[in-house]
Design a protein around this ligand. Structure first.
Ligand SMILES: CC(C)(COP(=O)(O)OP(=O)(O)OC[C@H]1O[C@@H](n2cnc3c(N)ncnc32)[C@H](O)[C@@H]1OP(=O)(O)O)[C@@H](O)C(=O)NCCC(=O)NCCS
Length: 186
């Protein structure tokens, strides 16, 4: 993946491309049971994390109908704190989707919110999206708190709508419009 035109810099964070040297850190938290609990991707070992980074490096950033996974780093040390996935729709009129994962020891500090806010500013500003959505398991309370704190509204609750790791699970859809983001107090 090309890094986004420039790294995205916030008060405490830098968002840029994952690189080969991130594999061990990426595996350490993405392989963690609690972090992976509600997620489709859980690397089995460091080599799988390295392959994922390699695949991402071949994908242009903002390729239509693809997920791009950005590194969330401590702005001063460069340490990998987590990652932020963005799904760029095939049709630019369709919603952009996001998902965040943080290292367990870096949760609860507002980093996910800070990273998401920066991406929402870009998505609803320069990139011109009109709507953003997120799909979440209703048991994933931290993720729901994050979405609500950003201003996403619940739009649907699909009951036992898909089979995940052998279990029928619910899927809750949250959404926010560009104009709602612009008018939110933040
Ligand atoms: C979803 C996830 C990223 C949310 O992380 P998080 O750390 O709870 O979210 P934030 O970074 O926004 O932090 C929020 C907390 O930081 C606090 N906070 C906010 N701004 C802060 C700041 N500037 N300084 C310190 N703390 C702050 C908030 O009060 C909140 O604390 P609380 O949970 O005690 O109320 C995390 O739970 C995770 O990685 N989960 C596993 C992966 C996953 O399931 N992802 C979702 C896939 S759909």
């Amino acid at each position: 993946m090309d890094a986004p035109h420039t790294p995205i810099v916030t008060a405490r964070l830098r968002l840029d491309a994952l690189v080969a040297t991130d594999a061990a850190a990426l595996f350490a938290y993405r392989g963690d049971e609690a972090v992976a609990r509600y997620q489709g991707w859980r690397p089995a070992d460091e080599a799988e994390a390295a392959r994922f980074i390699d695949e991402q490096s071949r994908l242009g950033f903002r390729t239509p109908d693809s997920w791009a996974q950005l590194a969330i780093r401590d702005r001063s040390s460069g340490d990998l704190l987590g990652d932020l996935g963005a799904h760029f729709p095939a049709n630019a009129d369709d919603p952009i989707e996001f998902g965040v994962s943080l290292r367990p020891d870096r949760q609860g500090h507002g980093y996910a919110r800070e990273a998401m806010a920066a991406l929402l500013d870009l998505a609803f500003g320069e990139w011109g999206y009109r709507r953003s959505v997120a799909s979440v398991d209703p048991r994933n309370v931290a993720s729901i708190a994050l979405l609500r704190s950003l201003g996403y509204r619940q739009e649907a609750h699909h009951v036992e709508s898909y089979r995940f790791r052998g279990e029928w699970v619910d899927d809750v859809i949250y959404a926010m419009l560009a104009r709602e983001w612009r008018s939110s107090s933040r």
